[in-house]
Design a protein around this ligand. Structure first.
Ligand code: FAD
Ligand code: FES
Ligand code: FES
Length: 1376
């Protein structure tokens, strides 16, 4: 506990306890403002404004973005700015106007153009991110009605979307920008159609039936900035009349004191030396939420004039400590524009750091003082402040002092020389001197909105007119417990000439001075050490160039090294989408094949779409919080709930004994417990759900509960509110007896810890194949797992119905029926008592296929115990900890090939990290084996798959379901083959591609094979050959940046590999007014399934989509549904919907014949009065399927979806960062049901794949603790990561006779195509290694993170930082 108990108020005694603010124009007077309540909680729970979403609670996703407006009396200006409501303290909102997504427009009232355009441009899929993105854009337009694209990109730095791949959002919003023009910038070269006179981009001029436009910007409602809602006049007069800004709010655990003068602030700090000063709350908010900190006294000095002023002195610019980073940025930009360049070197370095500092929402509130005083070792500003000797003015009650930020300022981890009763009032940032050069650089896993791995600022001053060093400061973040300076190195270089000799000595010295313990938190030791040298080299080159620019005689920068000093400047992305237009003459009413907007998109953009946690609170509802294991493998010796149960609001705890039915659970095998138990159940379910219990309560004599992973659910606390439940759950004390965990695949192999069976898929004669081969090579690769990071975390609301054991559950799940059956089993009731309802999900991606039940069953048990509604939405960190993700894979291969490059034999071993239960791991492995040859014909092949049983949370389905892992290893060996022969990889790939009529290793003949067409189109659309020449030339001309190019195919089998799942049902009601209620077995998670189903029904019934409605998916309308997964839901449910509609159509036929001129309503009415059943159910099962592993016979898949991608990247060999320059994707999706949705799926999957293969990295400790539990540490692609040029083309004239209306499944197949970026990176690294004389195949594991890229580019700097001997230390994280 920090601070002291607050018995205080503001010194003047006038502290008001009335918080006055406005929300969407409505005045709110809050007399019980709790300092620990955030604006987001208040909006959602108190005001019922659920449009603003909770995605992470740590300022990392932007789902909670709202706009704040404040009237500044001293400037008489209105300030509008986007903020994260999840971090904004309610108490900080006095006299502020809050605008939420509901406040700017609605479907019912009037849409705001910002809402309309994102929807109509297809920029909203699941929609969970949409309100936040809408509000970021809205805030931008309020400040700047005619922004540039660069402004839009900056506005979105703090927003994430996991579905769309960002392209359509940017495209839709481009229509607001100066670049957008009348067509939304869809003309040639990303310009306006009027500018080039050519109309919309036409990529293949000779083709007349191709379309390239997915929306028509001319249909958009014009944007009129004068029509915006006004700042509440009452608020303006209240602000003007306010005589004192002193405020005091008391909550349960904390008191908020807002002084309005420096004097008062200093007095309060003297009285409460342990009080926390809060300005932006972006640090303190995180500490309270995630580190369980309690700060009894909070001082909020944001309105004290001295802390907000900006002053110019002779030496520099003085900023008040409460100035926000955005404000500082604006002031410094102004300075740079007006002052001579030599005076603004420091300012430019700060601006460079600010460009990559958090997102705009954070910069709009975070204060300079907060950054300094937090004293984080990875602060991005402190290195600059230190290297340039900024001066801090500190005050306490008795006076002030000025300290220089040098290497004595930070005294330890998050500690400074500032005394407890002192406060920071201002910082002076100096002008630079004529001979001074300053450089700052931040290296992070993701460029935008990410924390640094290493961050640096360097400043050198020369003797005038020379290249002799007079003064040098080298400051680093990320290299010690504090921001640190390389003083020894700097000292050695004083008086030296700035040249190659100095460089060499600097690097040797830095390598000695900037060391790290091999076990250091954050890991990446070799990389971090190398970065200190590499960044110095960049500085060296930059300074050399600047010296020469100033006419100083200095060494020349070699032309091939110049690009090493270039700072990254993002280019506005451009894109082209190509699809086949519907044939001329087809009626407008037939919407199949047209780019129809997602049916919920508008509601999603206005916040009216209801997600599970948006269901209004029931009157007697309770909230549940999980109690989970903090050990990977242990016996539980004791659980002490006494403190938790005595805490405010707590109703009860729930443990295994409270389960009335069976505690044994699991989607395929009942090998898990709902809540940790003494019993060990080894049960198997036959596929109909009946349990064949082999051993029950076998180990009752064991006296210990057992936990088998960190995050294992032990119990739960139920309380009146979320906060109370969560606090109590953290107060439960558990004693463990630790057992040895198995964490990694390698550990599992050593311990032979595998689930059974071990699958083998074999064809041809392996021995003969290897004999035939001219060459044999062996290799291996590891592919990391992936967190689903659906923007909406898992959530369940369980409502007992009061009789016959009935219960209704609202769940965000892809699998309503599985939830129903497992809840029924837990409650010991038949399935007919449990109804599961799914309106929509905020993303699923496989993560909500089975693992949702781990939460739903616990919530249902609690609701059953208390006979009251119980809700739980997992926090992001809990969700990441508990629910598992994509399986990490390790592949080991031996490949035999001819001199020509033709592969003739392949033996591959796959090991997956399955985690602590079976879940879907066997099916995932089977799919990996089905895709082990990717798209290459290999006559003699064997694949074996081992499922490693480890003490990690059970891994599960994730878009692609093992397919990407299987194919990734294939692309590794095909690359090795090309590299070992010294042949171009594209040629070796093409040579090995299947051809029509060939057979797969599982004996399925490839008919209607279109991969070769996709390949050829991709080659030509990407201009592959010309590009290759340009890339090679670039690489010859640049030493430290390299480009790479790769073209990669995919062939994805469509069907569930479990035969029985290939079925679906639908239920269609026609009401007497002619409206149609459609229900089917699939769930909507943003993929547009409901929209496609309405399109299908519309075509079959011959009525407009507007007459058809889908309300939800529920187990009491369509029973026994398969999970919405395997990309097959449109195929399966579409055919079932078609079946039901055809039945109804047949029943209506006589009435149409009788009254051919009548309307739909006439026919429906006539049929009704004639007593015709206007309700029908439809059913479909995929014919002719059923593969058997033992005999390697039977059809595994209904058909295949094919695609090819070509990507070009550029890597920075010194930092490991890369740019995605361009990607061209050609995808065969048959006759697309809806090209906008299908292109959305292609792009969304591709960007998710980009994350998987190049960025997203889960870190686990050697003890099995997940270290990456939120957007702060786990990086999914952001707006800035998409390829600068992106072309998506849906293959034309490729009907598929195996699925509804000749379409094809699309959800999963494109994900793997992002492997093109991975192999393009590998291509670029190959060029870099060539510079050091290294050639031939090399291992590159996935993801190709900055660390891996840098380490693989072996060079003079890496050689100075050799890694520690493995086994001699315990690393911070291990490859699982
Ligand atoms: C999503 C996210 C992204 C981030 N990205 C980055 C990043 O890229 N780079 C980076 O460096 N940081 C980053 N941060 C950290 C954080 O935003 C900054 O450190 C920020 O500047 C803190 O300012 P604040 O006003 O919000 O601090 P607060 O949380 O309000 O306060 C932080 C600390 O400073 C003390 N303090 C504040 N003002 C004073 C004062 N005048 N006198 C004495 N003590 C004071 C407080 O007591 C408290 O301990 C990020 C944080 C988040 C949540
Ligand atoms: S919920 Fe606020 S940023 Fe994620
Ligand atoms: S649409 Fe953006 S997260 Fe789903």
């Amino acid at each position: 506990m920090n601070g002291t108990t607050a018995d205080t108020e503001t010194r003047s005694g006038s502290g008001s306890d009335e918080l006055v603010f406005f929300v969407n124009g409505k005045k709110i007077v809050e007399r019980n403002a709790d300092p620990e309540t955030t604006l987001l909680t208040y909006l959602r729970r108190k005001l019922g404004l659920t449009g603003t979403k909770l995605g992470c609670a740590e300022g990392g996703c932007g789902a909670c973005t709202v706009m704040l407006s404040r009237y500044q009396t001293h400037t008489q200006q209105l300030l509008h700015y986007a903020v994260n409501a999840c971090l904004a303290p309610l108490c900080s909102l006095h006299l502020v106007a809050v605008t939420t997504v509901e406040g700017i427009g609605s479907v019912a009232r009037k849409l705001h153009p910002v809402q309309e355009r994102i929807a109509r441009a297809h920029g909203s899929q699941c929609g969970f991110c949409t309100p936040g993105i809408v509000m970021s854009m809205y805030a931008l337009l309020r400040n700047n009605p005619t922004p540039k694209m660069a402004d839009v990109e900056e506005a979105f730095q703090g927003n994430l979307c996991r579905c769309t791949g960002y392209r359509p959002i940017l495209e839709g919003y481009k229509t607001f920008t100066v670049e957008g023009g009348c067509c939304g910038g869809r003309g040639r070269d990303n310009g306006c159609c009027m500018a080039n006179g050519s109309g919309a981009e036409e990529s293949s001029e000779e083709v007349v039936d191709e379309s390239t436009s997915l929306f028509n910007a001319a249909d958009f409602t014009p944007f009129d900035p004068t029509q915006e809602i006004i700042f509440p006049p009452e608020l303006m007069s209240l602000t003007n009349c306010e005589t004192s800004a002193s405020l005091c709010f008391r909550g349960d655990r904390a008191t908020w004191l807002q002084p309005d003068s420096l004097d008062e602030f200093l007095h309060l700090k003297w009285k409460h030396p342990d009080a926390r000063v809060v300005v932006g709350n972006t640090e303190v908010g995180i500490e309270v939420k995630f580190k369980n900190m309690v700060y009894p006294v909070i001082l909020a000095p944001a309105f004290i004039p001295e802390l907000n002023e900006v002053r110019h002195t002779e030496d520099g610019v003085v900023f008040g400590a409460a100035c926000t980073l955005s404000h500082m940025g604006a002031v410094l930009r102004q300075e740079v524009e007006t002052l001579p360049p030599h005076r603004t070197e420091v300012f430019l370095a700060i601006l460079e750091q600010l460009r990559w500092f958090a997102g705009l929402q954070i910069r709009n509130v975070a204060a300079i003082g907060g950054n300094i005083m937090t004293a984080s070792p990875i602060s991005d500003l402190n290195p600059v402040f230190m290297a340039t000797g900024c001066k801090l003015t500190l005050f306490d009650k008795d006076g002030s002092r000025v300290v220089q930020m040098d290497d004595s300022f930070f005294t330890g981890y998050r500690r400074t020389t500032v005394r407890p009763q002192e406060v920071l009032v201002s910082i002076e940032i100096p002008y630079s001197k004529k001979t001074q050069f300053v450089f700052a650089f931040k290296q992070s896993p993701r460029r935008e909105d990410d924390i640094s791995i290493v961050t640096t600022a360097m400043s050198v001053t020369f003797n005038p007119g020379t290249d002799v060093v007079e003064d040098l400061k080298l400051s680093y973040g990320g290299m010690a417990a504090t921001t640190t300076m390389a003083t020894e190195t700097a000292k050695k270089l004083l008086g030296r000439r700035w040249g190659e000799e100095l460089l060499q000595d600097a690097c040797s010295s830095l390598a000695e001075e900037m060391t790290l313990d091999p076990s250091v938190p954050g890991g990446m030791v070799t990389y971090r050490r190398t970065l200190t040298l590499s960044l110095f080299y960049k500085f060296y080159l930059t300074v050399l160039q600047k010296l020469r620019d100033q006419g100083v005689k200095a060494e020349e920068v070699q032309s091939d090294c110049q690009s090493a000093a270039d700072l990254f400047h993002p280019e506005t992305p451009s894109s082209v989408q190509v699809y086949q237009a519907v044939p001329e003459g087809r009626g407008q009413d037939d919407v199949v094949g047209r780019p129809m907007m997602h049916l919920s998109a508008l509601k999603q953009a206005t916040g009216e779409a209801v997600y599970c946690d948006d269901v209004p609170l029931y009157e007697n509802e309770l909230y549940l919080s999980l109690i989970t294991s903090s050990r990977a493998h242990a016996h539980i010796l004791s659980i002490d709930t006494s403190v938790a149960e005595s805490m405010p609001g707590v109703v009860c705890c729930v443990f295994a004994d409270d389960i009335p039915g069976s505690n044994a659970t699991g989607p395929v095998q009942y090998d898990e417990t709902i809540l940790a138990d003494r019993q060990v159940c080894i049960c198997f379910s036959d596929q109909s759900g009946e349990s064949l219990r082999l051993m029950d309560r076998l180990m009752m004599f064991l006296s210990f509960l057992q936990v088998t992973c960190v995050g294992h659910i032990i119990g739960a606390v139920v309380a009146d509110t979320q906060l109370h439940a969560q606090r109590a759950a953290k107060a439960v004390r558990i004693q463990y007896e630790e057992l040895q965990p198995v964490v990694t695949i390698q550990e599992a192999i050593a311990a032979q810890s595998f689930y059974q069976p071990i699958r083998t898929l074999q064809n041809g004669d392996l021995e003969a194949g290897f004999k035939q081969a001219d060459h044999i090579l062996e290799g291996e690769m590891h592919m990391g797992g992936q967190e689903h990071f659906y923007l909406e975390t898992n959530v369940t609301l369980a409502v007992p119905r009061g009789e016959d054991g009935e219960m209704e559950l609202f769940v965000s799940t892809q699998s309503a029926s599985k939830t129903q059956s497992l809840v029924a089993k837990a409650l010991g009731v038949p399935a007919n008592r449990v109804v599961v309802r799914v309106k929509r999900m905020g993303g699923g991606f496989g993560g909500k296929e089975t693992r949702t039940t781990v939460l739903s069953t616990v919530v249902a048990v609690a609701a059953n115990k208390l006979k009251r509604p119980v809700r739980c939405m997992l926090d992001r960190d809990e969700d990441m900890l508990v629910t598992g993700g994509r399986h990490p894979f390790y592949g080991k291969y031996k490949v035999g090939f001819l001199n020509s490059g033709k592969v003739v034999a392949l033996d591959v071993l796959y090991y997956s990290n399955a985690g602590n239960s079976m879940d879907l791991s066997l099916s995932v492995m089977e799919r990996a084996l089905f895709h082990m040859e990717n798209s290459y014909s290999v006559a003699n092949v064997r694949g074996r798959g081992f499922l490693c049983r480890t003490n990690l949370p059970s891994n599960t389905a994730f878009r692609g379901f093992g397919g990407p892992q299987g194919m990734m290893v294939a692309e590794s060996w095909i690359t090795d083959v090309a590299q070992s022969l010294g042949r171009p990889a594209d040629e070796v790939r093409r040579l090995n591609l299947y051809v029509e009529g060939e057979s797969t290793p599982y004996n399925q003949i490839l008919n209607q094979f279109t991969l070769d067409r996709c390949w050829d189109e991709c080659l030509s659309r990407s201009g592959y050959q010309q590009r290759r020449a340009v890339v090679d030339l670039y690489n010859r001309q640049n030493r430290w940046t390299k480009r790479g190019l790769a073209i990669v195919p995919t062939k994805f089998g469509i069907s569930f590999t479990a035969l029985f799942l290939n079925q679906a049902g639908a239920l269609v009601h026609i009401y007497t007014d002619g409206s149609v209620l459609l229900t089917h077995g699939g769930t909507e998670m943003g993929q547009g399934l409901h929209t496609k189903m309405v399109q299908v029904a519309s075509r079959v019934l011959g009525i407009p989509c507007s007459k058809i409605h889908i309300s939800e998916t529920s187990t009491n309308t369509v029973p026994n549904t398969s999970p919405t997964a395997a990309s097959a839901s449109s195929d399966l449910n579409g055919a079932a919907v078609q079946n039901a509609c055809e039945i109804l159509e047949k029943r209506l036929e006589p009435y149409k014949t009788q009254n051919p001129k009548g309307s739909w309503e006439d026919w429906v009415r006539a049929a009704y009065f004639d007593r015709v059943n206007l309700s029908a159910n439809g059913f479909y099962k995929t014919p002719d399927l059923g593969y058997d592993f033992d005999s390697n016979s039977g059809r595994a898949f209904n058909y295949f979806t094919y695609g090819v991608a070509c990507s070009e990247v550029e890597i920075d060999c010194l930092t490991g960062a890369h740019k995605n320059l361009s990607s061209t994707i050609v995808m065969d999706v048959g006759h697309s049901l809806n090209p906008a949705i299908d292109i959305g799926q292609v792009e969304g999957a591709f960007i998710q794949g980009l994350g998987l293969f190049t960025m997203e990295e889960l870190h686990y400790s050697p003890q099995g603790v997940l270290l990456t539990r939120g957007p702060g540490s786990y990086k999914i692609p952001a707006f800035g990561d998409i390829p600068t040029r992106l072309t998506v083309s849906l293959l034309r004239d490729a009907p598929n006779d195996k699925a509804i209306f000749s379409s094809k499944a699309v959800g999963e197949p494109p994900l793997f195509l992002a492997a093109a970026n991975f192999y393009a990176i590998k291509d670029a690294i190959t060029a870099a290694r060539g510079e050091s004389g290294i050639s031939g195949p090399f291992r590159l594991d996935s993801p190709a993170s900055t660390e891996r890229i840098r380490n693989a580019c072996s060079d003079r700097f890496t050689k100075l930082c050799p890694p520690a001997e493995p086994g001699t230390f315990s690393p911070w994280s291990v490859q699982v």
